[in-house]
Design a protein around this ligand. Structure first.
Ligand SMILES: Cc1cc2nc3c(=O)[nH]c(=O)nc-3n(C[C@H](O)[C@H](O)[C@H](O)COP(=O)(O)OP(=O)(O)OC[C@H]3O[C@@H](n4cnc5c(N)ncnc54)[C@H](O)[C@@H]3O)c2cc1C
Length: 477
């Protein structure tokens, strides 16, 4: 390891790797320091007894022509290095047995909703027009401006402090149509009455217009493509190397402290848990809550049961109430469940004649019982819930493993196992990419625009642009 670089990046999640790979591609000397033994953070895969699972992911947005992930991969000239498979349908919503194939296209979504609520056609068209307008503006507005409301007018101003529920209330009443429009609230970790109308619209439209994708062969292939781009341009990745401090000299960030000593850098990009990074750098954090976490059951199944690539199971059309018991009981009668079939689109992710599935339930870090005591018992309950969606699934289980909010925190350092950084409530308060400390930049889901692979790729690009401007070698146009 050298002792002097242009850029030191803290954390090899997709936020940090995007920033590092982009900086390296522009000729900067880059070292990425990762506390864990593998890169990717939440975006990784693991194999057990021949079954392969993504540790966290269901579907990824941002691979449409204008998506942020696609833009980053295009800038790095590595679009062809991964195979993305579009989910079709985007997902199956299973409302207690009433199954709806949800498309990843706006015209088809419009037809679906008008079929569900023919009497509310005008409201549906106006709702989707409004959401498309918000999304269009969001894709061309720096997220700090969009969510900070600086200089925003018109439609963004109108919805700046509204919840998604308030947005829907203006246009549609049909419970089933509303349930379809709220089916991805778990992707931002908040119920319709709490999630920001702007953040939810941007996420919902990203999937509904650009489509949802799986990475063929597993999420780690996305991470590997960024690592190869980093290496291909002379960048370095140091695994098992936790950063313990951000070094400051003359009021500027000038490097990081790692177990082997101090590393000097002209700029530092912090792409790990924001509260910890702010503490290290002595900068202000934000007054917001960590987002929700998840409890996962990874299943190896015998045979090829009919399981959609991506299914959301809900006990009825009331999505709001699926958030009611998350701190008490992940499989309560109110609970919803994400059921993800990995080997449907990537058969190599399971041994021949078998299927790899993940069950994912919203969960709180502070739970009614200590997680380490109840994780197996909870798996039984979550399986019973899955049985309602996929009858017979329990009988075909040949392998089972679980992960709790504690597991997520342990492997990634995310505060309370937060899945999406800070909560995306109406304030959507997040760390800015540019800090008050010259030479320090933030990336990742604790900063803008927020949680999700597409968003953290966008944050990595923003941090790289900021750092490049400080060193002033080459801009990112
Ligand atoms: C269960 C679950 C399901 C999800 N589903 C989806 C989905 O379907 N689609 C989607 O788009 N998004 C999904 N997300 C969200 C998405 O995975 C995250 O928002 C995103 O991966 C975060 O990337 P990141 O780079 O900000 O941080 P992380 O992935 O958390 O990476 C941060 C990295 O920094 C390292 N680190 C921490 N501290 C230090 C230190 N001091 N020194 C060095 N390294 C350090 C960590 O080890 C980690 O590798 C899901 C998340 C979870 C938990």
């Amino acid at each position: 390891m050298k002792r002097n670089y242009d850029i030191a990046v803290i954390g090899a999640g997709i936020g940090g790797l995007t920033a590092g790979a982009l900086m390296a591609s522009k000729g900067y000397s880059v070292a990425v320091f990762e506390a864990g033994h593998v890169p990717g953070g939440y975006c990784t895969s693991f194999r057990r007894h021949g079954f392969m699972f993504d540790s966290c992911l269901d579907a990824i947005s941002g691979w449409g022509e204008d998506g942020w992930l696609r833009r980053v991969f295009r800038k790095l000239d590595i679009e062809e290095k991964i195979e993305m498979v579009r989910l079709d349908p985007l997902r199956v919503d299973n409302f207690a047995g009433d199954k709806v194939n949800v498309p990843g296209s706006i015209p088809e979504l419009m037809n679906l909703l008008c079929g569900i609520a023919p009497g509310e056609k005008d409201g549906i068209l106006n709702l989707l027009d409004t959401m498309e307008e918000i999304y269009r503006i969001a894709m061309s507005t720096p997220p700090e401006i969009l969510y900070g409301h600086y200089g925003t007018r018109g439609i963004i101003w109108k919805y700046r402090e509204k919840t998604y529920k308030e947005l829907l209330d203006e246009f549609i009443a049909n419970p089933k149509a509303r349930a379809v429009m709220c089916d991805r609230c778990a992707f931002l970790g908040l119920p319709p009455s709490k999630v920001s109308a702007l953040a939810m619209t941007v996420m919902f439209m990203a999937y509904s217009s650009g489509g949802g994708y799986r990475i063929k062969g597993g999420a780690r292939n996305l991470t590997d493509a960024l690592v190869k781009a980093l290496f291909g341009n002379g960048g370095e990745l140091h695994l098992n190397t936790p950063v313990s401090d951000v070094m400051i000299e003359d009021g500027k960030a000038c490097g990081v402290a790692v177990p082997g000593g101090k590393i000097l850098a002209k700029a530092v990009i912090a792409a790990a848990d924001a509260a910890a990074m702010c503490r290290m750098a002595g900068t202000d954090s934000v007054a917001n809550k960590a987002s929700i976490s998840f409890y996962m059951v990874y299943l190896g199944l015998r045979g090829a049961p009919e399981i959609p690539d991506s299914m959301g199971y809900y006990p009825g059309y009331d999505i709001e109430s699926t958030f009611a018991d998350v701190a008490m009981d992940v499989a309560s009668p109110n609970a919803s469940l994400e059921i993800i079939n990995y080997s449907g689109l990537s058969p190599a992710m399971a041994p021949g004649g078998h299927t790899s599935v993940m069950l994912m339930s919203k969960a709180e870090y502070s739970y009614s019982r200590p997680w380490n005591e109840c994780r197996d018992y909870e798996a039984e309950k979550v399986l019973s819930l899955a049985e309602k969606a996929i009858p017979g699934i329990t009988e075909s289980v040949v392998f089972r493993e679980t992960a709790t909010p504690l597991t997520l925190e342990k492997y990634t350092g995310n505060l309370r196992g937060a899945a999406f950084g800070w909560e995306q409530n109406v304030s959507n308060a997040r760390i800015s990419s540019r800090t008050r400390l010259p030479g320090l930049f933030f990336a990742g889901h604790w900063t803008y625009p927020g949680g999700g692979i597409e968003s953290v790729a966008a944050s990595g690009l923003a941090a790289a642009e900021g750092a490049a401007a400080v060193i002033n070698k080459e801009a990112f146009n």
